[in-house]
Design a protein around this ligand. Structure first.
Ligand code: SF4
Length: 248
């Protein structure tokens, strides 16, 4: 059944055509197309937090494009376990183009001299240490690949595999959008992927140490992020400007 895209914002004119071109692809074929066929979307980079579920997407990428650019935003507040896990996955999967990106020390000193901005204004802290850093790093690319899944939270329940990041005027790809928690577990087991060292302690979504806690039984995967505040996202991921419907 054909799909139609109803724009809710300023999608590029070629959006529907590109959407149709990749809509029937399997996850692995989709990923291979993103990194192997620049004619479709131009140069593309993956962005990974090397968190609790990151191994699956990184393993998929490594299996078809081990030299794909992968960006890791080092906010300076990661758990030491995450940094070790990053190094382990890079080495084990043979990813050859992982780049750690971070705020320059001068901007950090000027904008957050005490290093306590995360406690005072977490939105400003994420904008400074994540958004601005990623925006700069994505300059040479026309699209970016993220590890979001719909089951993560209410906020992510309508994400699509192909979106348009209007804030950055870039393509946005969520290859695992429709994967469930059991799909991830199955893939992890099948390929014997190493777990994040904090996963066994109940950390289902892992970001910066001051803003991440373990989750309890029955909570959202992301319930441990910015616990006790209204904040649900760091700002990298915003609702897409599209609705996709089945045609007759
Ligand atoms: S998650 Fe917390 S420490 Fe990390 S950038 Fe955002 S507010 Fe700052």
């Amino acid at each position: 059944m054909p799909l139609s895209v109803i724009p809710q914002g300023n999608l590029p004119a070629e959006f529907s055509q590109r959407y149709q071109a990749v809509s029937g692809l399997s996850t692995i074929d989709f990923i291979e197309t993103l990194f192997g066929d620049e004619a479709l979307f131009g140069p593309v980079a993956a962005v990974s937090s090397f968190g609790a579920e990151s191994a699956v997407l990184l393993h998929l990428i490594a299996s078809v494009a081990p030299d794909a650019p992968v960006l890791f935003i080092d906010t300076g507040f990661h758990f030491s376990e995450t940094l070790r896990y990053r190094d382990q996955l890079v080495s084990q999967f043979g990813l050859s183009s992982v780049k750690t990106i971070q705020l320059d020390p001068l901007s950090e000193k000027r904008s957050d001299p005490s290093g306590k901005l995360h406690a005072i204004d977490p939105d400003a802290c994420c904008a400074l240490r994540k958004l601005s850093v990623l925006q700069r790093a994505l300059t040479p690319y026309s699209g970016w690949v993220a590890g979001q899944k719909r089951f993560h939270s209410h906020e992510r329940s309508r994400i699509d595999r192909l979106e348009w990041d209007a804030d950055q005027s870039k393509w946005k790809f969520n290859p695992l959008a429709d994967w469930s928690a059991s799909d991830l577990m199955r893939y992890q087991t099948q390929h014997q992927l190493p777990a994040h060292p904090l996963a066994a302690a109940g950390f289902t979504s892992i970001g910066c140490a001051p803003c991440t806690t373990a989750v309890g039984v029955g909570e959202d995967v992301r319930a441990g992020r910015w616990r006790g505040t209204q904040k649900r996202e760091c700002g990298l991921h915003r609702p897409a400007d599209l609705i996709v419907v089945s045609g007759s």
